[in-house]
Design a protein around this ligand. Sequence first.
Ligand SMILES: Cc1cc2nc3c(=O)[nH]c(=O)nc-3n(C[C@H](O)[C@H](O)[C@H](O)COP(=O)(O)OP(=O)(O)OC[C@H]3O[C@@H](n4cnc5c(N)ncnc54)[C@H](O)[C@@H]3O)c2cc1C
Length: 468
Amino acid sequence: MRVATRYSHSIPKLVCPDGEDGLIISTDNLNHVIEIDKEKMLMTLESGVTLSQLIDEAAKSGLALPYTPYWWGLTIGGLLGTGAHGNGEFDGGMKAAKVSLGVLGVISQITLQLQPMFKRSVTLVTKNDTDLSDQVTVFGRQHEFADITWYPSQKKVVYRVDDRVSSNESANGLWDHPGFRATPSLALIILRSTEEDQEKRGDIAGKCRDGKLTSDILIKSAFGLTNDGVVFKGYPVVGYQNRLQASGGCLKGLKDGEITACPWDPRVKGLFFHQTTFSIALSKVKDFIQDIQKLAIIAPQSLCGLDLYNGILMRYVTGSNAYIGKQEDSVDFDITYYRSEDPKTPRLYEDVLEEIEQIALFKYNGLPHWGKNRNVAFVGAIKKYEKGREFLKVKEKYDPLGLFSNEWTDQVLGLKGGLTIVKEGCALEGLCLCSEDIHCAPQKGYLCRPGKIFKDARVCTFVQAMNR
Ligand SMILES: Cc1cc2nc3c(=O)[nH]c(=O)nc-3n(C[C@H](O)[C@H](O)[C@H](O)COP(=O)(O)OP(=O)(O)OC[C@H]3O[C@@H](n4cnc5c(N)ncnc54)[C@H](O)[C@@H]3O)c2cc1C
């Protein structure tokens, strides 16, 4: 028995019930705000309410939720399910239920503590990445809503300097993230087939060129920020929290029979990608960034593909007391990259991203985002949580029969094997860590080799015929 939400955004198999007889409980109609107590600034809502509804309804009462994910479409129940976050800590309640994977039962209602509405001032500053590894540890403490977008192949960084300002500042800025807008399906199809073609032809220069063009356009267009909801005239962009914290234009787009769609909509043959998302403790993040920089020096074009998906997004998350949430102040890394429709076809520079994934998870003990990632990210994940056992005790108490668990939740919680699936080509899809060439694509020249800088990594590396 599993809970599904309106859009069911999580990538891993969290929602699938087991076998033929499983039940899915939908929270689609649990979409009402029940009560707003303006004086105490409390909002009680049903768990299927989306972030967009929550933000709008709170704003009508002059209230705001400070730290949220950037995407309107997730539900408050789903957010608690995976511990989804923006910057700072989303504070939602009990230690086990705060991040629950849905294994404790169904959350029907939630009461949130809000704050009085406030304004923010945002300036995006583009610099080179020479001192990024030093900046990253301090920048998040300097600006309440800081984030960083990094294009390692271009050695370029965009710092989001973003703080509360006095509400007397007159301005009505808006953030409408281009990646979340209704996009013509035809454009999505063309983008995808261009990348497929580049992958097929080994045209890494083409990917670098298109990646740079994409990031240049985004930077020039202020990533969708406008000073008045219409045009961008310059920084800073000042506006109310509810207009700057998240967006999702494609959710409110026309019902036009998929002439336009959200860029990841599976009904359109548009973008198809892997997402590797993890958080690294602030104390280790400097070394991690330097490792990525070393890889970018050894293989300069290897990370160009990331720029097509807007680089590496880095957000600050505060340590939480949730049993399987972030244990300490950390930086969350969001990495999105090409995925072949054919699971046995390797990506260009397959090995470099695999190495980054393994460096993050195994060298620096990164914690995977429960709602994203490929199987390998969850190997040993539960053991990384000091309070992992406490979580399992609560699960045992709330649901001793495991009615709300499925095979996947048992696997990621370490209660069942089978998380990695060892078969031909398994490492390409992140189903396994390669230990033999057959786990890569030997017939295409991709063999299982140690990492370039993290020798414990095992990655699918393209090896020239004469060196095989
Ligand atoms: C475009 C996009 C942008 C995103 N941006 C961010 C971001 O900025 N930050 C971030 O951290 N993540 C982000 N994500 C990931 C996403 O937020 C998480 O995967 C989130 O959990 C999805 O929420 P959902 O409502 O779709 O829940 P689902 O994916 O449907 O559910 C997640 C889990 O919660 C359980 N669950 C849901 N509701 C309940 C309930 N009422 N009771 C019990 N269990 C429940 C489900 O069974 C499942 O296990 C993004 C995803 C997309 C597609």
